[in-house]
Design a protein around this ligand. Structure first.
Ligand code: AP5
Length: 286
């Protein structure tokens, strides 16, 4: 038994090492779905590190707005403190602005978005005008390959193949009691954003960030009385998002109850498979 575990660990370490050595890949948009505390933020950061694409967390963007006292922040502060969702219009506009930033050209991980069916439809409409140009490495400079660009403004001839940028949607399923432990135990660093958990992933020194020594904080909406409304909002408003992607065969559900590294391995495998199987549309313009 111990031997089998040791062998399993070796395989995992080897896989993790070989994965860590790889660089930016053409994964396109990735959507992480899952209830509060499922591990979306934790896994988004790992995808970001491995594939060199940004994490776009609507929760983080809204919290930044609150901290900066912007108009958006003022509009959502009370709503978030109650564990309810911000309005679709406000969130979609915020995401639209974020996805237009140059660092999103090679793909991104959407963490906490879409959260309603209306947001999912908005995202599909947004992506309708986006193609993922998958240029052949031998024909172009590596730093210029795998870039998104608007269909209306194609840089056609040098890019022989084009992939439509539909997102790959991964849902993390986690048991209710495990969610409660994860949320109540969560601490995060206000400086670098690293996430800890007093039960599962504690810092080396109590309440202090391992990376920069900042005092760790508890999120305002991680209070017990707000957790249930957040989970209810997820079930009622985000449940239909999973159905929406399921109907078009784009939903992949994985067991998020597993240890973090095992969940990460599964996600990387899915993304690697998606990368190779992704339907490629022959460029009509070539
Ligand atoms: P948001 O910030 O998105 O929060 P959430 O969806 O409730 O998700 P969490 O951040 O709580 O959890 P997570 O899944 O990221 O888990 P984490 O990795 O931290 O949204 C907050 C609010 O903003 C919403 O309530 C809403 O008001 C508003 N909002 C946001 N987006 C919106 C939108 N699109 N539309 C409208 N309103 C929106 O992990 C949790 C803990 O568990 C950590 O301590 C971690 O260390 C630990 N952990 C993670 N994985 C594991 C594992 N496998 N095993 C053990 N422990 C683990």
């Amino acid at each position: 038994m111990a031997l089998r575990e040791a062998a399993g660990n070796t395989v995992r370490e080897t896989l993790a090492n070989s994965m860590a050595q790889e660089t930016s890949r053409d994964i396109g948009p990735v959507v992480l779905l899952g209830p509060p505390g499922a591990g979306k933020g934790t896994q988004a950061k790992r995808i970001m590190d491995r594939y060199q694409v940004p994490q776009v967390s609507t929760g983080d963007l809204l919290r930044q707005n609150i901290a900066q006292g912007t108009e958006v922040g003022c509009a959502v502060k009370a709503v978030m403190a109650r564990g309810e969702l911000a309005s679709d219009d406000l969130v979609c506009e915020m995401v639209r602005q974020r996805l237009r930033q140059p660092d999103c050209e090679q793909g991104y991980v959407l963490d906490g978005f879409p959260r309603t069916e209306a947001q999912a439809e908005w995202l599909d409409a947004f992506l309708e005008n986006t193609v993922f140009e998958n240029s052949h490495p031998e024909n172009s400079h590596p730093e210029q390959s795998h870039r998104f660009s608007s269909k209306e403004n194609p840089s056609s001839k040098s890019h022989p193949r084009v992939t439509r940028a539909w997102p790959i949607v991964i849902r993390l399923d986690v048991d209710y009691n495990q969610l409660l432990l994860r949320i109540t135990g969560r601490r995060s660093c206000p400086t670098c954003g690293r996430i800890y958990n007093v039960h599962f992933q504690p810092p080396a020194f109590d309440e202090v960030c391992d990376v920069d020594g900042s005092k760790l904080v508890t999120r305002n909406d991680d209070r017990l009385e707000v957790i249930q409304p957040r989970i209810t909002a997820y079930q009622e408003q985000t449940g239909p998002v999973a159905d929406y992607y399921q109907r078009s065969g784009r939903l992949i559900a994985i067991n998020g109850d597993q240890p973090m590294d095992v969940v990460t391995e599964e996600i990387f495998r899915i993304l690697e498979g998606h990368r190779t199987e992704n339907s490629v549309i022959e460029d009509q313009r070539a």
